[in-house]
Design a protein around this ligand. Structure first.
Ligand code: PLP
Length: 331
């Protein structure tokens, strides 16, 4: 990736030609590669997943529009801006979800009856539920229901490649029924920064204007975009190491009486640990483990999240499990 950055040809991505493309050849290459791999007509390079989701939602809808989403989805929990009254002004209508974060169909039907819905948001893999996946069949069923009611679908696919590796199917098959999809280059795929929003040409042309309004047009961004191409072309298969490491870690710590892990939810690179039986808060555990050399993240009062990525080896996992088991034995 450092080499790709060094070699990247660059230009002004914010200045567009007659076809609406920017002038940075490396960004254009990345957008073409991303559109191709996602099976969509066009793509837009964005500086973060948060911005790509915001751009997408503001392109799909406008202030006052009702949007179907999961209450625990990343857009609601972490990004917030699309649903903030003084920023995006979209109104979230939360459907119910199961323990894997999968949307409940009855709840979606009910909300479609109660409100005029303008957009359905899905998330795959589901961040806060622990990297759990929606299958191709689930994606198809959910998107069909939306489309039958004239509602487009935005997929927050920050970690969609983890789902495609989990099911061992090409990512384009998984995202086919979604009208727009966002994915991250800088998480498991290891690029220094950036996300890509993909969709139909007309949608991306409108999204490009919103990106400019939000300050997301960049110059010489090809130095970063070049790493995104490397990420897509060379880093996807490696994700299965992260999945194996996460499953190995979960298996090594799950029998500890002070914690609880749903093994059937450990599908990709995230392990959610329920620490409610430990007598300590997730925040305390986060700082205690940090003192012992292990970085985990508290995501609620009683839930700790552990994530694997390319910088974490199998040996690290074994050390992490030793630290965790020793710690909870003392609890
Ligand atoms: C990380 C993440 C995002 C946001 O991406 P950033 O690049 O951190 O802004 C959005 N959605 C999901 C599901 C994520 O996991």
């Amino acid at each position: 990736m450092r080499k790709a950055m060094y070699d990247a040809e660059v230009g002004d991505d914010g200045r567009t030609d007659k076809l609406g493309r920017g002038e940075d050849p490396s960004v254009n290459n990345l957008e073409d590669v991303a559109a191709e791999v996602m099976g969509k007509e066009a793509a837009l390079f964005c500086n973060s997943g948060t911005m790509a989701n915001l751009i997408s939602l503001l392109t799909h809808g406008t202030r006052g529009d009702n949007v179907l989403a999961g209450e625990t989805c990343h857009i609601n929990k972490s990004e917030k801006a699309p649903f903030m009254e003084n920023i995006g002004g979209l109104i979230p209508r939360f459907f119910e979800t199961d323990v894997f974060g999968a949307p409940d169909m009855d709840s979606i039907h009910q909300l479609m009856n109660d409100y005029e819905i303008k957009l359905l948001c899905l998330e795959n893999t589901n961040n806060f539920m622990g990297g759990t996946c929606l299958s191709k069949e689930q994606m198809n069923t959910l998107c069909n229901v939306a489309h039958e009611n004239g509602i487009p679908v935005h997929l927050d696919g920050a970690r969609i490649f983890n789902a495609s590796v989990y099911y061992d199917i090409p990512v384009k098959k998984l995202v086919k029924p979604a009208d727009s999809v966002m994915f991250s280059l800088s998480k498991g795929l290891g690029a220094p920064m950036g996300s890509v929003l993909c969709g139909q040409k007309a949608f991306i042309t409108r999204a490009r204007k919103i990106r400019k309004l939000l300050g997301g047009s960049m110059r010489q961004s090809g130095v970063v975009a070049a790493t995104g191409i490397t990420a897509i072309q060379q880093e996807v298969d490696r994700l299965k190491e992260d999945h194996e490491n996460a499953y190995l870690l979960a298996g090594m710590i799950k029998d500890n009486a002070k914690i609880n892990i749903r093994m059937d939810a450990v599908q990709t690179n995230i392990v959610n640990v329920d620490v409610s039986s430990s007598g300590r808060s997730a925040k305390t555990i986060e700082s205690d483990l940090l003192n012992k050399g292990l970085k985990v993240k508290s995501i609620s009062d009683y839930k700790v999240r552990i994530t694997t990525y390319r910088g974490v080896t199998r040996d690290d996992i074994i050390r992490a499990a030793t630290i965790i088991n020793a710690y909870f034995r003392e609890c």
